[in-house]
Design a protein around this ligand. Structure first.
Ligand code: ZN
Length: 291
């Protein structure tokens, strides 16, 4: 019951104007932390893995642990593959039991983005109840953040977005609106709020049809996050933030307990720190009690 694809979860969020936290994890402790925070706050959440940790930990292992945790949770939780540029690996994760797949062909020319994205969307539809996220425009890495934010051509064109969704059949869209991955180099990154609003209205003005994803959550000010949620960002990706919490909390625990050789206690301290940080995001995104 608690295993669901992301589409239904995000359509509800789109309708009720809150956002579902989507947290990138790199180990099982973090995955447990997401599930425990979700249960505690009755919040619908998404567990995400980017390609490198998915390959390292193995899609079958991740999907098996996810299913075990999610099946016993009284709330819906998804397992999502984040930013996969490889159509074959999208298929591998779909077959393994991921409930949502992001094919990111946004760096390809437009026609090729359509072709690859449609290929994954068609496959996931045939494979079962797996929803698919596609990206249009470019969510930059930290080095290019300012440049991309100022470059209209790299952002998602609203009319093209409609064509893109129609041609590919994707369920969920990640439109580039100026957010970036990693840590923002500026305190006030230039985000195109109007663009998000326009795209939202094209898809969801009358009834929610295509949930929109905000990438690059780390480092955004709380008021900016709230504005993006109010404008219709119904999936909010957070990755770097949790990586920092994981490494900092591990380092702090070991530094304070240098004579102790008890990995279980390190894991416990780390997990508690991650849950605390996820709770911060749950409150900010407004998804507490929405499961
Ligand atoms: Zn992203």
């Amino acid at each position: 019951m608690a295993i669901v694809n992301a589409k239904e979860m995000l359509l509800k969020a789109t309708k009720e104007k809150y956002s579902v936290g989507a947290f990138n994890i790199t180990n099982i402790i973090q995955m447990e932390a997401v599930v425990e925070a979700a249960v505690e706050k009755k919040a619908p959440l998404i567990i995400q893995t980017s390609v490198a940790p998915s390959k390292f930990l193995k899609p079958n292992v991740l999907a098996a642990v996810y299913r075990t945790l999610a099946e016993s949770a009284p709330i819906p939780i998804c397992l999502h593959l984040d930013h996969c540029t490889d159509v074959d690996f999208c298929r591998t994760c779909a077959d393994a039991g991921y409930t949502n797949i992001m094919i990111d062909a946004s760096k390809q020319v437009y026609e090729e983005n359509i072709r690859q994205t449609k290929e994954v969307a068609d496959y996931c539809r045939r494979a079962g109840d797996i929803s698919v996220e596609g990206e249009l425009g470019t969510v930059s890495g930290v080095e290019d953040q300012i440049k991309v934010a100022e470059d209209e051509a790299a952002l998602c064109d609203p009319e093209t977005a409609v064509h893109f969704v129609e041609e590919t059949g994707i369920d969920i869209l990640a439109p580039a609106i100026g957010t970036a991955h990693g840590i923002y180099k500026t305190a006030n990154p230039k985000l195109d709020f109007d663009r998000l609003k326009k795209i939202f209205n094209l898809f969801n003005a009358e009834e929610p049809k295509v949930p929109l994803v905000v990438h690059g959550g780390t480092g955004l000010k709380p008021e900016v996050v709230k504005k993006l949620v109010a404008l219709g960002g119904s999936k909010f990706n957070v990755s770097t933030d949790l990586k920092h919490v994981l490494i900092d909390s591990t380092f702090e625990y070991i530094s304070a307990n240098r004579e102790q050789y008890n990995p279980g206690k390190i894991d416990k301290a780390t997990k508690e720190a991650i849950i605390k940080r996820i709770n911060y995001w749950i409150e900010l995104l407004g998804c507490a009690g929405k499961a």
